[in-house]
Write a protein that binds this ligand. Sequence first.
Ligand code: ACO
Length: 309
Amino acid sequence: MTVAIVGIGAALPERTVPNSHFTHLDTSDEWITRRTGIKERRFMAEDGHLADLALDACRDALRSAGREPGDVPRLIVATTTPDRVTPGLAVEVASRLGMPYAAAFDLHAACAGFVYALDHATALIESGRAASVLVCGAEALTRITDRDDRSTAVLLGDGAGAVLLADVPGAPAPRFVLGSDGDLIPALYADRRDRVLRMDGREIFVHAVARMSEATREVLALQELTGDDLDLFIPHQANARIIHAVAKEIGFPEDRLFLNVHRVANTSSASIPIALAHARDEGRLGASGLLGVAAFGAGITWGAGVVGW
Ligand code: ACO
């Protein structure tokens, strides 16, 4: 059984918010662009439903795979900002999508959630427990943003992305390296009391580069690969400087690195599948290839992987 991505989808809220939106916070387009690479992001309506975006992303992924939802037995939604405390976002999305009685659950591993979900979906298919798995990353980070805190408010956006994983004979075997370090909770967290993200940006920056670089090196070594074997590398789109620092650290060529952080900012667990959909839309994906992914988030959690499409 060899697993690969057979469908890709994304959905963004309609409202585009440029950097000029934040000038009342004593910041500027120049500061945000230079320190992060972000030019704009999408915000969901305050009364919007994240399930609507997740549903559209999943539909897009199934359409691009040419598969019917009823044929997919499992849905994993990576999210930290679901519509309800319970049930999970995945249950509503599976039902509205038309996946009757599918196993559906949410996975919370902060911004690394999508990579964690890819690993789990791969294991389910490789073990024969599911013929295909729909993996979605969906976030409404505006729900946990302190709008008066310029050090975080400018970084975050909303959106959803999805991939369908299935058995593809002859595809390269996907592999993932995952990890967490709870000692770093104080550097990035949202607690139950005020429900907004608090972050030590400098500390997160340093650990993000170190953990993503190390995990990427490790996962490439597992498969006896080098960066030259990857057709495209999509790190978590948190900050262009972090992405370029990771590429430099592992010696990965800039021309096979994909960035869309300037368009969507940090969408946490939705960022890699949204970037993958944008890479497809920009003609950066050939008929088949090998994708590298890497992510980090609150916890901290991190993960890196290689997977074919
Ligand atoms: N506009 C203007 N000034 C700002 C802003 C802003 N939006 N934000 C912070 N500053 C100020 C700071 O207050 C600081 O001022 P001081 O020197 O007087 O204290 C100064 O800019 C420099 O701050 P640094 O933190 O050193 O700036 P840095 O170059 O590190 O950039 C940034 C800050 C962009 C936050 C960077 O540290 C970063 O990207 N860190 C990683 C963040 C990240 O990726 N988080 C991901 C998790 S989010 C999630 O999980 C959903």
